[in-house]
Design a protein around this ligand. Sequence first.
Ligand SMILES: [Zn+2]
Ligand SMILES: [Zn+2]
Length: 346
Amino acid sequence: MAMRFGNHLSMSGRLADAPERGRAIGCRAMQIFSGNPRGWEKAPLDPERVAEFHSAVAKARIDPVVVHATYLINLAAPDDEIYEKSVAALIDEIRRAATLGARFYVVHCGSHKGQGEALGRGRIVQALERAAGEVDLHNGPTILLENTAGTSNSLGTTFEDLAALLDSARVAQLGVCLDTCHALAAGYEIRTLAGVKETLDQFERALGMARLRCLHINDSKGDLGSHLDRHEHIGQGAIGNQGFRNFFSDRRLWNLPAILETPVDSPDDDRIDLWHTVELAVAAGAVPQEWMAFMPTAPVAHEPIGARKAPKRKVPVKAPAKKVLLRNAAAGKKRVAKKKAARRRR
Ligand SMILES: [Zn+2]
Ligand SMILES: [Zn+2]
């Protein structure tokens, strides 16, 4: 039992590029969009490219593949045109996710745009039931509703709200994807051992742990209860390194895939964030130490990721020469000896 980490990977280039990139940075799980995330139109999936994708995923031993819904979908939309487009896109994307061999399809609950939570909830439930009527979900992905940061009019911010949706939809294959950034922003204290326990206890009471199928691991630019949906590099936000260590230490999470959706400001960011996160998970016991050996090459000058904010010109990080280390060690020993002698004199 161990957490399986990976990144949300870009789908630029060939379909098989994403799992190949994932393999190169040490992903054991991955998330993708099934097409252009900012448009309603999606190019049909070419069977040959799909076959390449499957063999690249198998070769990389990536499991699971998670597909994230594209941004335009709003299952709670009060506007009929947007709503119908959203339901059609949902059905299409679930089919695409099935074609890509995805185990999970993650979608946000959406926004009722001020028309009220009851109306929004009804729309989401209906959308899920329509999708389940159109697609054979037994052989396709499980649909996961993602918790949100609680920006105005958004649904699915609290575990109770997610439970209300999951319980009213007559669809068997439903679950939850828990995003750490959104949870903190929504007011769940997930950075302290007591807070993690209390948060997961609340989840257990509202939904049951069996409903939790996937994690999104993101640090947060906004603080506890800020309702700000802004992801940050792992360790650099309001959750921080110790916060993640505490979060990862709860055994109830140890059987879950965990996807990073951290910012990509420079090409190496995914690799560095993933490396750093797996190290924290190893420290928390959520990942066996041996797995570090399978993480391809340490990030350059394995330094805290905050170092990337340093000026563009790279200063080579050089380990101090052995002589200096020995001299320091000798000086240290002398200091200790002196202190001991002083104590004896007293
Ligand atoms: Zn999301
Ligand atoms: Zn997320």
